[in-house]
Design a protein around this ligand. Structure first.
Ligand code: RIB
Ligand code: CA
Length: 312
């Protein structure tokens, strides 16, 4: 039985790669894909989501959620994803439908499939926090939440100690982390272990496939951005590793921890704080994926990309 998932994304190139893989993974039933601002404006995130799903044209069309436009984000320290969020590839804009706002689609999906759905958070946690605020009881209907974000040991990207997703909306991150549903966190220190060199560009699906066309147009920008902005010759695809944590959890080391999110502090707002005291004062509340079998995860990613190419 395929696992029902909601993908919550702020596309973003790595979000887009994870989306293409998820839509053509037979182990997953993507019942909804919901947009959030973050890497790009809410409006751009919604447009990118609709365009990507329209172009990929998966066998089962998921419900789509539009990013809320009343969000206020802190200034982005840098942009890894280009002006349109997808490496400047200027995809033909598709308007699949007027669309409902993400939190409505998420709420309805949890109610349609009580305790069956895994919420895969690949962007800021704003949408899930809003659902929990409107209907706190819905926490009982959520199967699991898997979050790509946070820093297990303060190795950040948006600030020296904060990951971008938690940086965008620290209060939402704290709200979600404090909720009782099962939560798994894939922090930057783990997703950042999985890097690809230029050979990845030769391993992508052929341009004759729709997925290959999109991936081959987007990914060169990621290599340029990593070199110019991070001084790195290899690339990380954080959200893609987050998706593999859903499909192949056996490839990750897991530790149950007691954690919370800093919401104040000019330099630390969004920082994941783990209680590692000898006598822990906080109650354990999430599973932290502290490492992974890097080569096996990379192999999963290459196979997932090939499946997306074969399906399009
Ligand atoms: O810190 C990694 C996160 O920031 C990823 O979700 C990526 O898409 C960017 O949003
Ligand atoms: Ca993202």
């Amino acid at each position: 039985m395929p696992r029902k998932v909601i993908l919550d994304i702020d596309p973003g190139i790595d979000d887009a790669v994870a989306l293409a893989m998820a839509l053509f993974d037979p182990r997953l039933e993507v019942v909804a894909v919901t947009a959030s601002g973050g890497n790009v404006s809410p409006e751009q995130a919604t447009a990118n989501l609709q365009t990507l799903v329209g172009l990929l044209d998966p066998p089962r069309l998921p419900r789509l959620g539009a990013a809320p436009t009343d969000t206020v984000w802190p200034a982005k320290p840098f942009n890894m994803h280009g002006p349109d969020g997808l490496g400047g590839i200027d995809l033909p804009v598709a308007r699949l439908h007027s669309g409902h706002v993400s939190e409505k689609v998420i709420w309805e999906t949890f109610h349609a499939y009580p305790r069956e759905v895994t919420f895969v958070a690949l962007g800021p946690l704003t949408n899930l926090s809003r659902v929990l605020t409107r209907d706190p009881a819905i926490a009982e209907l959520i199967g699991e939440v898997v979050i790509a974000g946070g820093t297990a040991h303060g190795n950040g990207n948006a600030t020296p100690v904060v990951d971008f997703n938690f940086y965008c909306d620290p209060r939402a991150a704290r709200h979600v982390v404090r909720e009782p549903m099962a939560k798994t966190l894939v922090p930057l220190e783990t997703t950042g272990q999985v890097t690809f060199g230029f050979e990845l560009l030769d391993q992508l699906p052929a341009e004759s496939s729709r997925a290959g066309l999109i991936l081959r147009a987007m990914l060169p920008h990621t290599f340029r951005a990593h070199r110019q902005l991070l001084g790195s010759e290899g690339i990380s695809l954080h959200d893609v590793v987050g998706l593999v944590a859903v499909t192949n959890p056996e490839l990750f080391e897991r530790s149950t921890v007691a954690a919370d999110i800093e919401t104040g502090g000019e330099l630390t707002a969004g920082m994941l704080v783990v209680d590692r005291r000898t006598v822990r004062q906080w109650r354990p509340n999430l599973d932290l994926l502290t490492g992974c079998d890097v080569e096996a995860v990379k192999d999963c990613i290459l196979r997932g990309l090939a499946a997306a190419g074969a399906g399009t």
